[in-house]
Write a protein that binds this ligand. Sequence first.
Ligand SMILES: *Cc1c(COP(=O)(O)O)cnc(C)c1O
Length: 431
Amino acid sequence: MSKPLAIQGGEKSVTADVGNLFSWPIVTKEDEDAVLDVLRRGAMSGLDVTCQFEKEMGQWLDMPYTLGVCNGTAGLLAAMWACGVGAGDEIICPSITYWASCQPALSLGAAVNFADIDPTSLCIDPRDIEHRIGPRTKAIVVVHYCGHPADMDAILLIARKHGIKVIEDVSHAQGSLYKGKMAGTMGDISVMSLMAGKSFPIGEGGLIATREKRLWERCAAFGHYERTGTSTLWGGKTQSLSDPDLTPYSGLSMFGVKHRMNQTCSAMGRVQLRHYPERIAEIQRAMNRFWDLLEGVPGIRAHRPSQTSGCTMGGWYSPRGLYRAEELGGLPCAKYCAAVAAEGFAASPGANFPLHMHAIFHKADLLNMGKPTMVAFGQRDVRQGPGSLPVSEQIREIAFGIPWFKKDDPSRITQYAQAFRKVAEHASELK
Ligand SMILES: *Cc1c(COP(=O)(O)O)cnc(C)c1O
């Protein structure tokens, strides 16, 4: 028997105490001991733990060159510069992502040519890339959005054809698989945020990974002064640069920025890594359980690749559902979410807002050039106003937030699924 909706005075679907269902990060005595050891040794600004962390992350990803950085944003800036992005150049990036996927390009004097997203993967739509490539396009930033792997085969094909670098932003997708391959190992270089809210949480931190020594060296030279062969001040391993374009500058950070990771974070990172595969396996069981319970419910779809594709959602960072109003008589996503909230879970419509419409990418004169940085150096204007990227602009109608379960607890997960199901099945009462 169907019950009336909570928003109309009926019983709530979610009555269970949340307990540790959503607790994250998981911090145990092992993390505490590792961090305390750094503190007691006064080794926060050292390199020994960070070098260990880089090595272990490299083994996990099966990537030869890894570099720890102070956060993901800094890593993306360094990776863009490493890929040759400079004043007057362009990068291509999906409009729906966190700003750090692309905004660092502006500080290099480059412009961002935003691409639309695919309505099913919510990742960059490979069909909206090629026509954006111009003579100054240097890189495509691919975001595996909310853990969903982007369509790398199609993207790499386009990039190789045009000789453009692919930067993977893996901040949502540590451990996600694309056709059996780990996110962050397919492009030319990858960057992951490891900040405390991500599915791989170590504090403020980031990791760059690449197979190309040259790109590693350029990232190290960009924002580190003690990793490039001259200073052994901190007792960490130093590496000699082989790139003759960089050697004259070793000993100083080339950009005058400082990207070194705090070792309390790398120490926590080493501990988190040991447990990460097992913890995301549990998240995957829990999230797939939630969506399996909602299979066939009108109006809502799982944001996940098919189970037989060799693709996974990693740690399911900031998970979404896909909304299809036409199956619910046109009920707006915001109204659906408000009714789910009354059932006991604060669902919200949308995801990140479309960056191509933000004033930063239209008007901001960041480098005091007397004109917007987006057009200050380039030969063409790639700014795009409302109406230009229809799927991205519909994000609040096609996607919504769902619970990010960390524990596979069938009885409680069933209550949450019931909240989403009940509202969809009673949608006609919400007109
Ligand atoms: C969090 C995030 C970043 C930035 O990482 P920080 O470590 O917070 O600087 C970059 N890209 C995406 C997609 C993110 O979600």
